[in-house]
Each structure stands twice: as C-alpha cells, then as structure tokens.
Design a protein around this ligand. Structure first.
Ligand SMILES: *[C@@H]1O[C@H](CO)[C@@H](O)[C@H](O)[C@H]1NC(C)=O
Ligand SMILES: *[C@@H]1O[C@H](CO)[C@@H](O)[C@H](O)[C@H]1NC(C)=O
Ligand SMILES: *[C@@H]1O[C@H](CO)[C@@H](O)[C@H](O)[C@H]1NC(C)=O
Length: 380
C-alpha cells in the first residue's frame, strides 16, 4: 500500500507523464522539418531516456545562427569524446569562391574506408556568388556564414564560427583542420587521418619575434591590445592549423583575448588577425598542448603582395609533390628551445599544401592515384 502522503504525488506523476510524451513527440516532428543544415530541435526526451530501454540517443542540441549564442553553447561541449567512439576529423573550409579543387578533395575523401571518419564544414561569405555550387561531399555543408575579408577580424571570426559549429554538430569531432580554397591534400586519406587523430596535441605554428611583430601588435592602435595581450605575448603563425577538441573549445570559451583582436585596424597593411589571434591565444593558454608548427606547406621565399608562391600548372609534377612531402615544418621557438623537449625530436609530415593555381587541377588529378594519394610513392 502507498502511504497517504505519497498517493497524491504518485497520481500527479502518473497524469503528467502522457503530457510530457506528447510534448516530446511534437518537438521531434517540428525539428525534423527544419531545412537548415545541422539545425535540429532541442528534445526533452533525453530527460526520460534513462528509464526507456530502447530509446535512440538524444538528437544533438540546436545549433544557433548568431555568434553570441553559438559560441556560448559551444563553450559548454564535452571536451572529451563519448567513451568508445571513433575519432573524427572536421575538415573546415573558409571560402569566398566555389572550391576549385573540389574534385581532388572528392577523390581524397573517396579513399576513406568509412564516411564515419570525417565531417566537412564550409564557411562561405554570403555576399559572394558560388557558381558552380557546392556538390558531392560538399553539398549541404555550408554553415551559417557572414562576410569575411582580408585585413579585418572577419576571417578569424569565420574560423571561430566553424569551430563552434563543428563542436556542436558532432561530439565525435576530435580534431579540427582549417583550409582555404587553394589548399590541397598531399597524402592519402588514411595517412592524413591517422596522423591527425593520433595526436594529442594541436598543430599550430607559433612564432615569436618575427619581422613586423610590433606593427602587427599595434595594428589596432598603440596600446590597444593592453593590458590583456602584451607585446611579448603576441605570436604570429600560419592561418592553417589543426586544433584538438579541447583547444577548439578553448577558442569558443575565449572572450577576453578575442575582444582585443576583434577590432578594426588603423593600419591595414599589418592587419592579419587570423594569423595572430589563434597562435597568441594558444601560446598564452596551453603552449605545451601544441606542436608549434603547421602541417600545411607554403612557400614564402617568393612573396607577392602578402601572397605566398603560387604553383603554376607547368611545375605541378610528381617531383614537386615528392619535394613537398620530404620537407619538414618549421617549429616555433617554444619547440626549438625545449620548453617541450619532445618537439625537438619531432619530424611531422606536411599533409596539405598551398597555393596551387586553378589551372593545375588537371595535373593534380592526373597524378592523384599514382602519387598524391599513394602512400608508397617516394617521400611518403
Ligand atoms: C570513388 O570510389 C569508387 C570505388 O572505388 C569509384 O567507383 C568512384 O569512381 C570514385 N569516385 C571518385 C569521385 O573518385
Ligand atoms: C632558450 O631558453 C633559454 C633559457 O630560457 C634562453 O637563455 C635562450 O636564449 C633561449 N634560446 C633561444 C634560441 O631562444
Ligand atoms: C605507388 O607508388 C609506388 C612507388 O613509386 C609504385 O610502384 C606504385 O605503382 C604506385 N601505385 C599506384 C596505384 O600507382
């Protein structure tokens, strides 16, 4: 027998349960109808899931469109993967044009033994035209995007948006790699995947005392970065990194440092927040969690108005790829100087390279199977 005091409570619970179930079902139905990629309705079903034996896993929470709620929600994700789950790589592209090397990337992803090992995300400036549109592995992968331009904080903001979106979209995204439209893969998917997911550290170039260090730091005005970012804390590095889930969440959580970088520059020619914000934040926050190097090869020995060397179709040959594979990244000072002794013994392979001219697509496709995605070809 139930005691007299518990009996009304029991009745109340019994009457409420069907209401909760109906509410849940309605939420599920409206959520499915949403056309936006990755946008699903928040379910209250998870509250009851523990008591229902065959409940399917709760759908992921809704992904907000606006930066403020997007980053806030992403800053609360679990930095660890669900126990026993396979690590995934988030391939994130920032673009203002159609992706010229999409057919090459398509072949690259096609070499994957399973589609469950990666996710693709695109940030596409909505003020530009995309013709042809994104297709194949890239179709329906554009996140809610905003205008993104050089010499402004909008490129770094786009990267933060991609990280936040990818964090929320899939709890199994383990490492988050950023690409431009002129980046290409120079190893097989398997090799690339293994290199990335077997690392406990982020790959991000972190350089100190580079030329223009002061001018870049002061690009928003003298003392504008103070007191949060002192000149000696300021770092420079490639825009193209691969961040672990823990570091991606650190970016989503950060307000203090981002506020300093998210300002209009008074000097355009030294304004590259996307090359300064991430290395500065991570070198201040967790230098030992970083391999201070980029895995995206670039040749700055020939610089043309702030752009690195562009490989033209004529020079795109197996020898070039072999040469790129055989070269090794430059490790930032933190690594060279033994603050992390293991770095001095590292020899990480370049996985990607830029920049390739649009005309070189055919040459790259021609040697994709034999060289580019062939792990036993020389220099692998
Ligand atoms: C993907 O792989 C399958 C099977 O190996 C092949 O038939 C198909 O043509 C490939 N697609 C591309 C775009 O490489
Ligand atoms: C390495 O660190 C030591 C001690 O902090 C310092 O004296 C030395 O100048 C550094 N070397 C380089 C190459 O930065
Ligand atoms: C991969 O490269 C090796 C060494 O150069 C070569 O013998 C082999 O034929 C290549 N594989 C393919 C599929 O082309």
């Amino acid at each position: 027998m139930l005691s007299p005091t518990l009996f009304p409570l029991f009745c109340a619970l019994f009457l409420c349960l069907p209401v909760a179930v109906i509410f849940t079902v309605q939420r599920e139905l409206t959520g499915v109808a949403s056309p936006e990629f990755g946008f699903r309705s928040l379910s209250v079903f998870s509250l009851y899931a523990r008591n229902v034996p065959d409940a399917s896993p709760p759908p992921p929470p809704a992904i907000p469109k606006d930066d403020e709620p997007l980053l806030r929600l992403a800053s609360h994700v679990n930095p660890n993967l669900p126990p026993g789950s396979t690590r995934k790589v988030a391939f994130m592209y920032i673009t203002t044009t159609p992706l010229p090397f999409a057919p090459l990337w398509e072949m690259f992803f096609n070499g994957s033994s399973s589609t469950d090992l990666y996710n693709v995300y695109i940030h596409a400036d909505p003020t530009r035209d995309y013709d042809p549109g994104f297709s194949g592995v890239f179709s329906n992968r554009v996140i809610h995007s905003k205008r993104s331009e050089r010499y402004t904080p909008t490129l770094a903001a786009a990267a933060r948006r991609l990280l936040a979106h990818a964090l929320l979209d899939d709890p199994r995204n383990y490492i988050f790699a950023l690409f431009s439209p002129s980046c290409v893969p120079i190893h097989s998917f398997d090799f690339t995947y293994k290199t990335l997911v077997s690392s406990r550290k982020s790959f991000i170039e972190i350089l100190k005392d580079e030329p223009w260090q002061f001018e870049r730091w002061a690009a928003r005005g003298d003392d504008e970065m103070l007191p949060e970012v002192r000149l000696e804390d300021f770092r420079i590095g490639s825009q193209f990194w691969a961040l672990t889930r823990r570091h991606a969440r650190m970016v989503a959580r950060d307000r203090r440092i981002w506020e300093k970088f998210d300002k209009t520059c008074v000097r355009e020619d030294t304004c590259y927040p996307e090359e300064n914000y991430f290395p500065t934040l991570l070198s201040m926050g967790d230098p030992r969690g970083c391999v201070p190097a980029t895995l995206t090869h670039v040749d700055w020995t020939v610089s043309d108005g702030g752009h690195p060397r562009m490989y033209e179709a004529e020079e795109v040959a197996p020898e070039l790829i072999v040469r790129l594979r055989e070269s090794r990244p430059r490790y930032g000072e933190n690594g060279i100087n033994g603050s992390d002794w293991s770095v001095s013994k590292r020899s990480d392979p370049f996985l990607f390279a830029r920049k390739f001219s649009l005309e070189s697509l055919e040459a790259l496709l021609g040697m994709a199977k034999g060289v580019l995605f062939n792990d036993s070809a020389c220099g692998a």
